[in-house]
Ligand binder design. Structure first.
Ligand code: HEC
Length: 106
């Protein structure tokens, strides 16, 4: 049954994970969509530090297994190129405009 569903999906050209094609996609599907859907990944954007920190968090807290360095690199390169930082991103988030900042200390 599972095989038939898989074959049907392949035949219909669907993309169950919704991840864009590209080098590293298969690694991401294999290692990053076992516990949660790819949606949780597609909703994020970030730079290299963000994605590396996310990967380490998955390993430390949630039980993502050790990955061979080349696999880790393929996953990170994929995520950074497809889900890189939004325009204007300079760190954790865009800084608040000055008028929203608290008054300077005396
Ligand atoms: C062993 C299980 C497991 C694997 C494998 C796994 N994750 Fe997760 N991931 C989790 C759990 C559990 C959460 C928390 C889900 C929640 O908060 O509902 C999570 C949450 C996330 C989040 C959301 C974090 C946030 O701050 O909201 C992202 C992004 C993510 N994972 C990316 C990845 C990526 C990229 C990979 C592959 C490198 C991966 N995950 C592999 C278990 C896993």
């Amino acid at each position: 049954m599972k095989l038939m569903v898989l074959m049907a999906l392949l035949a219909s050209g669907e993309n169950p994970s919704g991840l864009p094609d590209g080098a590293g996609k298969q690694d991401v599907e294999l290692h990053c969509t076992r516990c949660h859907s790819a949606m949780i990944i597609r909703q994020q954007k970030g730079d290299e530090r963000f994605w590396l920190a996310t990967l380490r968090l998955m390993q430390k807290k949630y039980g993502l297994w050790e990955l061979p360095p080349e696999t880790e690199k393929a996953i990170l390169d994929y995520l950074i190129s497809r889900y890189g930082p939004p325009a204007g991103f300079i760190g954790r988030r865009t800084p608040l405009p000055p008028e929203l900042m608290p008054p300077p200390r005396k």
